[in-house]
Design a protein around this ligand. Structure first.
Ligand code: CUA
Length: 310
């Protein structure tokens, strides 16, 4: 995992945008050099000197006017054609039905795979090399989906789905980020795209489709009971647990299999899980999960249970 870098395209879509940016920059630099060069040259070469009379004055030259109209016109046409080509490569029309639906929430991403029924949060697994048609939605305010190495930016608009294509040339982990200010924890709406060999992706998908792990220890069983009897169950789903099907907050069926907690703010370890349960408002002020003032014993039990949900 490394920091995201918009100048390191890792998909055909991102490369089309990058290439357009490079060609445009070269054109702009050439224009800048030509214009400033001509000005600097004229300043020194045609400087008025002591005793010289004014140069010959003339007005209007059809030839020069045609040249200085035609050259910028051709440059604009050239950039226009390149831009159209780039748009076609970076943003082809959506597939008839999406492979993925990514929904922005304050302050996390819900990830649905409609074809398989897999549900994830903040972590998007994709098979490397395959373009996925992604529908972008929002449950509350404007968010913006952006994984610089793989995609263009695209807004998640409540009630008005948008679309992008998501693809990675090779396996790897790509970091994305919400890029539309959406509230106090806008900065902590990370997206982790995990591109894998197709066989590994299938394996992940099969594992995600399993119901949740049943508690295997006494403490975990008590943790599950706590989950069911306290506020957790009003917002979070855990497949295989009776009554736990709310979709307000991230689905926890396989929460322990994810790499990060709270949309990227913590690495997902049992210790950090306990820390998060203890004081979410300290770690992520303004997140919609309140502090429940759980006792140390309750934290151990709930933490143990959630950490077994691989
Ligand atoms: Cu969501 Cu910014």
């Amino acid at each position: 995992m490394h920091a995201s870098n918009a100048l390191n395209p890792q998909s055909p879509q991102a490369r089309a945008i990058y290439d357009l940016g490079i060609v445009s920059t070269i054109v702009f630099v050439l224009i800048f050099v030509a214009v400033t060069g001509a000005i600097v040259y004229a300043i020194f070469r045609f400087r008025g000197r002591e005793g010289e009379s004014d140069p010959k004055q003339f007005a209007g030259s059809e030839k020069v006017e045609i040249i200085w109209t035609a050259i910028p016109f051709l440059i604009v046409v050239f950039l226009f054609v390149l831009t159209l080509r780039g748009m076609n490569q970076a943003d082809p029309p959506p597939a008839p039905s999406p492979d993925l639906v990514v929904t922005g929430h304050q302050f996390w991403w819900q990830v649905d795979y409609p074809n398989s029924g897999v549900i994830s949060a903040n972590e998007i697994h994709i098979p490397a090399g395959k373009p996925l048609s992604v529908r972008l939605e929002s449950k509350d305010v404007l968010h913006e989906f952006w994984v610089p190495e793989l995609t263009r930016k695209m807004s998640n608009v409540p009630g008005q789905p948008n679309h992008i294509w998501l693809q990675a040339d090779k396996p790897g982990i790509y970091i994305g980020q919400c890029s539309e200010f959406c509230g106090t924890q806008h900065a902590w709406m990370r997206i982790l795209v995990v591109a894998e060999e197709p066989s590994k992706f299938e394996e992940w998908q099969r594992a995600q489709l399993q119901p949740s792990q049943r508690p295997t220890s006494d403490a975990a069983a008590k943790g599950l009971a706590l989950f069911q009897t306290s506020t957790c169950i009003n917002c979070h789903a855990i497949r295989g647990v009776r009554g736990a099907d709310a979709r307000v907050a991230p689905d926890l069926t396989h929460v322990a299999s994810r790499k990060q907690l709270a949309a990227g703010i913590l690495e997902n370890t049992p210790a950090n899980m306990r820390l998060w349960l203890k004081s979410p408002q300290h770690i992520k002020p303004g997140a919609l999960m309140p502090d429940f003032n759980l006792t140390d014993e309750q934290l151990d039990q709930l933490g143990e249970y959630l950490s077994t949900l691989r």
